[in-house]
Design a protein around this ligand. Structure first.
Ligand SMILES: Nc1ncnc2c1ncn2[C@@H]1O[C@H](COP(=O)(O)OP(=O)(O)OP(=O)(O)O)[C@@H](O)[C@H]1O
Length: 965
């Protein structure tokens, strides 16, 4: 026989089973033409490589015949290569059914049906499916879902926060790590986890203009998350509404028809806050679009006063956060505008918990006492618990049973639990996270370089007419020629010319100063420079920042107005020129934070050119000697300004003699130390304990390192590419190039660009090679490929032969893979309670369970393909054995299901009841937890219990191995 295909036979497409049951139209000249009536499609293949499987029904199978419904096959006869079935209807009448008239709508939905119908695929596909099943179950069961994929260094403080926050049903938190410790990365990790857990689908990020593109790039580059920037131009593309009634073209009816909500056009949206907060109609649309999560960076710009007045930005965020379940606010300087502002932001997150500023102030004063108790428990528990004073204080806070347990056996686990309870209930709360350089460690040195200069006579002359603050800015006093007169300019020129290979960031307070300076350096001195100021468009600003970042042909100096002080990443530079000093210490901290941030590899050199014997020199001394901000981050600056600000201003204006000023500095410095000590012992200590649990963080890192499994992933990607027809080339050690191939079995492959992608399996390499993707099990190309397989029948059945010495020829081995099916939302993370693998069974035709004796890998090694031409006859021969083997594996799986369910339920219930006790304890003492939270916790427990109780093991893949001679 030249071909196995005969016109009239019914076959099904392996890669496109959804086309339904096909009928061979023509089979000659080594070509086969097949029609798929259900899909109204036709395909032509080379007969030898046609991806088709013969569909043969057996006695007892149901068949579907148009006009006659479902019939049961009683007998079949072959006639010139085609089959005629004799099938019984529900009245017991037998009808002859030539296969040509069978319904084209066929769905062989599970592995069992497909194997019995003879729809089998190459054994390599089966192996890929089995590997996919295994990996998916491992990933789903991992407690670190969503943390593996991001291209980030595994930093303990970030991972701890991300895992802790994302474990909450609807997290509402303030991420307030010190400048440059990675709040954007923490937010990205949280967003990524919530998206993977399907706790969030629609995410809205509100940002200052200058950070819009940086976030866009960070989200894509590090998290593979494609956000869209929404501004007026983007909205107008969707919404054609004309909102100017005075226009002669205005037609209200027509305009309304054209109105569409542009924010419904994307799931992941970034919006410049300045634009949206000033646009009422767009705000309405934004509110209506519905979001699962809101993120606001540099949240200290949201202004609020105790009298109820607030900025437009605050009002918008207040409205949004009342509607959106999950909210992340980010700021490095939460007390930028004093404690009121800090309170105002916490109030956005939970108005019930933070009802009044007075109560909030009172609560702050308790922190030191709570911290002392916690310290006592952690540092010397036995001694502390033997002290009656200590236990008396503790008894005011703990349940009697908890205190009794502590007195009896104060072991490490119990102490940890009590400390956590105290932190939750009486500490800074579950809403505020703040890591500091001191707690994280490993940061560079700040090195101050003072550059005293002689003030020009013109400055001295102008001084008499201005206030203290203006006196700090000679550039505003020296007139149009300031650039020539101001000795700081000449100093900057000299410094840049003497250090031609150093990148230098210069920050000054106003846009005009920045522009004048840049012009002077670039045009008059030929220094490669760029300017970063508010009048530039977002794209121009990013262009300037990119020009500065370019290590080869980039600018030597970037000159920024104050908008360059926030959020941007300039840690590749090691010199910061503070052309002037701001009066707000948090602003100065933000400026220094551009260089002093994660990724800074050298010292942070801080240059201050100043006029001798001027207010500038005094301000420098204030920051250097009272706040010590040039050697370490200062967290008490605002408190000092509140107490000494008036005196300082007077001193800057020269209204104090030298010794009075020295006295001010020494009093302020003593106060700074006192405040810092009190914060260290009180609030900061509590925050530190709440913001990172090093043991938990270390566990997370260990899990992530072991879940990376780069070698298995590389192997998996190789097989995936082969089976889907992607071109797969080695790039270098641990890196590959993937491209669409000419013989792909699907039209496109998820997340595979047309011109291909280069990726590495090595996290460190991915961190240093921006041009490569980081391939992890969570990379969308890989997870997309896995979904492609598991959402179809790809590779679900195969038949192969194996030659094994110990087994008799003709022995049949049936290998079955089952995957757990849980009807529950993924955010419940119930897979954590199931074994991290799929359920596998191997039996022989005598129904013996050989699972432990026959390894899956061994079968893979031994498997030999079977020619298509012999497959139908072979399957006919083994069919009766198969029909008894399959129910047997199904019954074994049913028994296993019961065991899985009972183990999972026991663990789930014990975890949930421990968590419930914690919540109840929290509720009984303070309003951190509302009763509604406990109710929703109980509802969630019930949901989880039901879902686990109804868990099923679904047969997902079957391999029949026939032992050959
Ligand atoms: N885990 C990490 N892996 C790699 N790079 C990181 C990591 N964490 C932070 N970075 C880098 O460190 C820099 C600072 O991080 P990020 O911008 O998130 O800090 P931030 O706290 O938001 O800063 P700011 O207070 O200035 O807004 C960025 O360049 C960021 O890409």
């Amino acid at each position: 026989m030249s071909t196995i295909f005969i016109a009239g036979q019914r076959w099904i497409s392996n890669p496109e089973p959804d086309l339904g049951l096909g009928i061979i139209l023509e089979a000659q000249n080594r070509r086969v033409v097949i029609a798929f009536p259900a899909a109204e499609e036709e395909r032509t293949y080379a007969a030898a490589a046609a991806p088709l499987s013969r569909v043969l029904f057996q006695v007892g199978d149901d068949i579907d015949v148009p006009g006659q419904g479902r019939l049961v096959v009683k007998e079949q006869q072959e006639n010139s290569g085609c089959i005629v079935y004799f099938a019984e209807d529900e009245n017991g009448d037998i009808h002859p059914v030539p296969e040509q008239i069978l319904s084209a709508n066929i769905k062989l939905s599970n592995a069992k049906e497909r194997l019995l119908a003879g729809q089998v695929e190459h054994h390599r596909r089966f192996e890929l499916r089995a590997a996919t099943l295994e990996q998916q179950n491992t990933c789903k069961a991992a407690s670190t879902l969503g943390l593996l994929g991001p291209r980030v260094q595994l930093l303990p403080h970030q991972l701890y926060i991300a895992a802790e926050v994302a474990s909450r049903a609807a997290p509402r938190v303030l991420l307030a790590d010190e400048v440059g410790l990675g709040k954007t990365i923490e937010a990205g990790l949280i967003i990524h986890q919530l998206l993977l857990l399907e706790r969030a689908k629609r995410v809205l990020i509100l940002l200052p203009d200058s950070l819009v593109h940086q976030w866009l790039v960070e989200m894509l580059r590090r998290f593979n998350l494609k956000f869209s920037i929404f501004n007026e131009a983007r909205c107008r593309q969707v919404d054609q509404y004309e909102d100017d009634p005075s226009s002669i073209f205005f037609d209200e009816e027509e305009s309304k028809e054209k109105e569409e909500n542009p924010f419904e056009d994307a799931q992941l949206v970034i919006c410049p806050l300045s634009w949206i907060s000033g646009h009422e109609r767009r705000q309405g649309q934004l509110m209506e679009a519905g979001w699962d999560m809101l993120v606001v960076d540099e949240a200290h710009h949201l202004h609020w006063q105790e009298d109820g007045s607030s900025s437009a930005e605050y009002q918008l965020v207040e409205r949004l956060s009342a509607e959106i379940p999950s909210v992340l606010l980010l700021t490095a300087t939460p007390e930028n505008a004093g404690i009121d502002g800090h309170f105002a932001r916490l109030r956005l997150l939970d108005p019930a918990r933070y009802p009044s500023l007075d109560a909030f102030r009172a609560e702050q004063s308790q922190y030191e006492g709570i911290s002392e108790l916690i310290q006592g428990l952690l540092d010397h528990p036995s001694e502390s618990l033997a002290d009656s004073n200590f236990t008396a204080k503790l008894s005011e806070l703990l349940e009697p049973a908890q205190l009794a347990a502590l007195a009896t056996k104060p072991d490490a686990t119990l102490i940890e639990k009590v400390v956590r309870d105290l932190l939750d209930r009486f500490g800074t709360g579950r809403m505020l996270f703040r890591n500091t350089r001191a707690s994280v460690g490993g940061f560079p040195q700040r090195v101050l370089h003072e550059h005293p200069l002689d003030a020009p006579a013109e400055y001295q002359a102008a001084l008499a007419l201005v206030d203290e603050e203006s006196a700090l800015h000679p550039e505003l006093l020296l007139g149009d020629t300031w650039i020539k007169l101001d000795p700081r300019v000449a100093w900057v020129e000299r410094f840049l010319l003497q250090h031609p290979d150093e990148k230098v960031l210069l920050i000054c307070s106003t846009m005009n100063t920045a522009r004048d300076l840049e012009l002077q350096l670039r045009v008059r001195r030929g220094i490669a420079s760029a300017v970063f100021v508010e009048e530039l468009s977002l794209i121009e600003r990013d262009r300037a920042a990119a020009y500065f970042a370019d290590p080869e042909d980039g600018a030597q100096v970037l000159i920024c107005s104050e908008i360059g002080s926030e959020g941007r990443n300039f840690q590749f530079a090691q010199h910061l020129v503070l052309f002037d000093l701001p009066l707000n210490p948090d602003l100065l901290e933000q400026r220094i934070g551009r260089l002093d941030r994660i990724g800074q590899l050298g010292d942070v050199n801080l240059h201050v050119p100043y006029y001798q014997d001027s207010g500038q020199e005094k301000l420098l001394s204030w920051y250097r000697d009272a706040l010590a901000i040039f050697s370490q981050p200062c967290t008490v600056g605002n408190a000092l300004m509140l107490e000494f600000g008036g005196e300082l201003l007077a001193a800057l204006g020269g209204k104090q003699n030298t010794s009075a000023f020295d006295d001010l500095i020494s009093r302020a410095s003593v106060k700074a130390e006192e405040l810092a000590l009190s914060l260290r012992n009180g609030r900061n200590r509590l925050l530190e304990l709440n913001s990172c649990n090093p043991a938990r963080a270390a566990e997370l890192i260990t899990s992530l390192e072991s879940e990376q499994r780069s070698d298995s992933l590389a192997e998996y990607v190789g097989i995936l590419s082969d089976q889907f027809g992607l071109v797969h080339e080695d790039h270098s050690d641990n890196a590959v190039i993937l491209r669409p191939g000419d013989h792909m079995i699907t039209e496109a492959f998820p997340h595979l660009p047309e011109d291909g992608i280069t990726g590495t399996f090595d996290r460190d390499r991915a961190l240093s090679r921006e041009d490569m993707a980081y391939f992890s099990w969570e990379h969308p190309l890989i997870s997309g490929g896995m979904d492609l397989i598991m959402s179809s029948d790809f590779g679900s059945t195969t038949v192969c032969t194996i030659a094994v010495k110990g087994l008799k020829a003709g022995t049949l081995l049936l290998e079955a893979f089952f995957s757990p099916s849980l009807q529950a939302p993924p955010w419940l993370q119930l897979h954590r309670y199931l074994p991290a693998q799929s359920f596998r069974l191997v039996i022989d035709h005598q129904q013996r369970n050989l699972t432990a004796n026959v390894a899956h890998k061994k079968l893979n090694q031994l498997a030999q393909g079977i020619k298509k031409t012999v497959m139908p006859a072979l399957l006919r021969e083994v069919r009766s054995s198969l029909t008894s083997m399959i129910p047997h594996v199904e019954s074994l799986a049913e028994t296993a299901t019961k065991e899985w369910v009972s183990t999972a339920l026991a663990q789930y219930q014990s975890d949930r009841s421990a968590e419930r006790q914690r919540l109840q304890a929290l509720m009984s003492r303070n309003p951190h937890i509302s009763p509604a939270e406990l109710e929703s916790f109980d509802a969630e427990t019930l949901l989880g219990k039901d879902a686990l109780g109804n868990m099923q093991l679904n047969m997902s893949a079957l391999r029949l191995a026939i032992v050959s001679q």
